[in-house]
Write a protein that binds this ligand. Sequence first.
Ligand code: PMP
Length: 427
Amino acid sequence: MSRSTELFDKAQQFIPGGVNSPVRAFKSVGGNPVFFQKAQGAYLYDEDGKSYIDYIGSWGPMILGHNDPDVIAAIEQQLKQGLSFGAPTALEVAIAEKVCSLMPSIEQVRMVNSGTEATMSAIRLARGYTGRDKVVKFAGCYHGHVDSLLVKAGSGALTLGVPTSPGVPAALAEQTLTLAYNDLSEVESVFAEVGEQIACIIIEPVAGNMNCIPPAPGFLEGLRRICDQYGSLLIFDEVMTGFRVALGGAQALYNVTPDLTTLGKIIGGGMPVGAFGGKRNIMQAIAPTGPVYQAGTLSGNPVAMAAGLATLNKISQPGFYTLLSAKVQKLTEGLEAVANKVGVPLATSRVGGMFGLFFTDKTAPSRFDEVMACNLEHFNQFFQNMLKQGIYLAPSAYEAGFISQAHGSEEIEKTLVAAETSFSSLT
Ligand code: PMP
């Protein structure tokens, strides 16, 4: 029995489903999850000593690759000074200034401990600031396990929201309207009906939780215009896209300015961090300057801030994203060529350092229903074939893939060789 299997058996005794976050359990792809012992650069090493080229990067944070020497040095230096003070530090000021300079729409920023906390707080702030309760989100976008955001739409756009999870009060879910991603006319008609009650639109400006779906031309601009017209706030959830698709995030790439931005993943360099920020007058509504309450025992934790700041400093180097995008391009074009060679229908998408793979004979999807229509069985077989050959992809057809600075030509070539074998054995 492999050590991973042994550990998974034991884990299920003491941890629900054996994991601390559901998608790690490999439920949708089948088989047992791999337990990892260590990582270096583009590679993960499991408990049985097998190595894998990593295309998850801890679900996004590890943009520099694992164990980047500068990030580790920054953490080590902070470790000697103390782990947590629960009081202000110079590091917090430094990282706040850095974030504001990299994303000019953020004039003030508050640090939290996860992406979920960031979106939860941003929604509360939007409601508190506007004095309105309704929230608009889009089908297929994930914003963490916040009560108000764990909601999917009923049949019509104005059908009351239905909770996706037991435990989310129906009365709260009713305040969330879930619309179709990339469908501006639906947003327009919903605002024409209830726009004056809508506190905010929250969106992943590049959707990365239904595979990887870029915004349709004009979609984000349209949302900005509608929010301005009705006095609603536009929130870009850049927990995934921030510092991933471009240095200034999706807002820089598409040149659309949100009122509030949520961040996570890369901003913590692998430590548990999230953040939300935006226009000064809106952020001033947060306690202690304003009445909207938000707090955190470990928020702005100095070790996490040291890791985040070292990461942000490194990705700010000129040319970083040109190189990262070129790697993704080489990978996705290579995968399409190999699939084509062996006759497997495959479409890909890519934005900066993230990408999507779709088993379809059509062009890459731009909507949730098109993602759902892709060949799930092919994805699952492909995932297992790649895993056997030491290529670690996200264990779900609905997650984006990530590449890091540490992925070189050698890793991409190895991936393409493994992909050819994997595509060839699809049934
Ligand atoms: N927003 C987006 C866009 C995300 O991708 C995620 C996590 N994948 C979250 C929010 C929640 O972040 P966390 O898991 O750190 O709570």
